[in-house]
Write a protein that binds this ligand. Structure first.
Ligand code: ATP
Length: 199
């Protein structure tokens, strides 16, 4: 599995549709200060489902949409598509090439697609969860990230290791099931109260 291409349109400084082809091996992005190198990395984090504006170096999520320049009007939506080569079947889906798209409008609504079909963010998270490119971003090591990891609280470090080991998905499912069980218990208690009142 490797990242094949990244297409950005209306995302941060990329007003027009721009496609970067990524070959297996090392790709270097070079350019002057402020030319948008980090925005490329932000685009990868964003399309993979990043929900924190701060992680994308903005104040609010809307800041990822092209805000306009002296010569160009602001745009109403941002769109990023990341295409992954899946010839080795690392992603549990029957396609040799997987394209993940995220689109966001100024009202804050986000849309997600896998190979052109609408899906939920959860579908993308589940698809990627065992591949090492999940939300916790082991593929992106930002400035200061190593330092933060070394100084992280034990529980934060544990969740990092859990995701790397592929158990986070199961833990999340377990937590969801426990929440459902708790809600069911509340309903049962209520039912028992009502039955007692009717007796
Ligand atoms: P450096 O080498 O200094 O780290 P860089 O090449 O990584 O710089 P980025 O931080 O990726 O540069 O890009 C910064 C540029 O992106 C700035 O010029 C900023 O104005 C522009 N930019 C960021 N968000 C938006 C937006 N929403 N709309 C338009 N331009 C934006």
């Amino acid at each position: 599995m490797h990242l094949k291409s990244l297409t950005v349109k209306g995302f941060k400084s990329f007003a027009s549709a721009t496609t970067l082809r990524l070959e297996p091996g090392i790709t270097c992005v070079v350019g002057p200060n402020g030319s948008g190198k980090s925005n490329v990395v932000d685009a990868i984090a964003w399309v993979l489902g990043e929900q924190g504006a701060k992680a994308l170096r903005g104040g609010k999520m809307e800041d990822v949409i092209f805000a306009g320049t002296a010569g160009r009007a602001p745009l109403g939506r941002a769109e990023v598509t990341l295409t992954i080569d899946n010839n080795d079947g690392a992603l549990p889906i029957d396609y040799t090439e997987v394209s993940i798209t995220r689109r966001m409008f100024r009202d804050g609504a986000s849309e997600y697609e896998i190979n052109g079909s609408s899906c939920r963010l959860l579908d993308i998270q589940e698809l990627l969860s065992d591949s090492g490119i999940g939300r916790e971003m082991h593929i992106i090591v930002g400035q200061g990230r190593l330092d933060a990891m070394l100084h992280a609280k034990p529980e934060d470090r544990r969740s990092f290791i859990e995701e790397a080991a592929g158990v986070l998905k199961h833990r999340k499912r377990k937590e969801k099931a426990i929440r459902k069980l708790d809600a069911m218990q509340v309903n049962l208690n209520r039912l028992n109260d009502l039955t007692a009142e009717l007796r």
